[in-house]
Write a new protein. Structure first.
Length: 53
């Protein structure tokens, strides 16, 4: 179910069962799916901290 909008104007949703909220459009690239795995892969391949930022 809909639950207002974020400060950036993206639609927010609310789970009526667990009451958690989420949005489909991400404002920050770190929040996008797969970013965490990319950082782990880069660290395992010896890429420096500055390159992962």
């Amino acid at each position: 179910m809909r639950n207002g909008k974020s400060t950036a104007g993206h639609q927010r949703y609310l789970c009526s069962h667990c009451r958690k909220t989420w949005q489909l459009q991400f404002t920050y690239t770190a929040s996008q799916p797969g970013t965490h795995q990319k950082i782990i892969d880069m660290a395992m391949n010896g890429v420096g901290c500055r390159a992962t930022a």
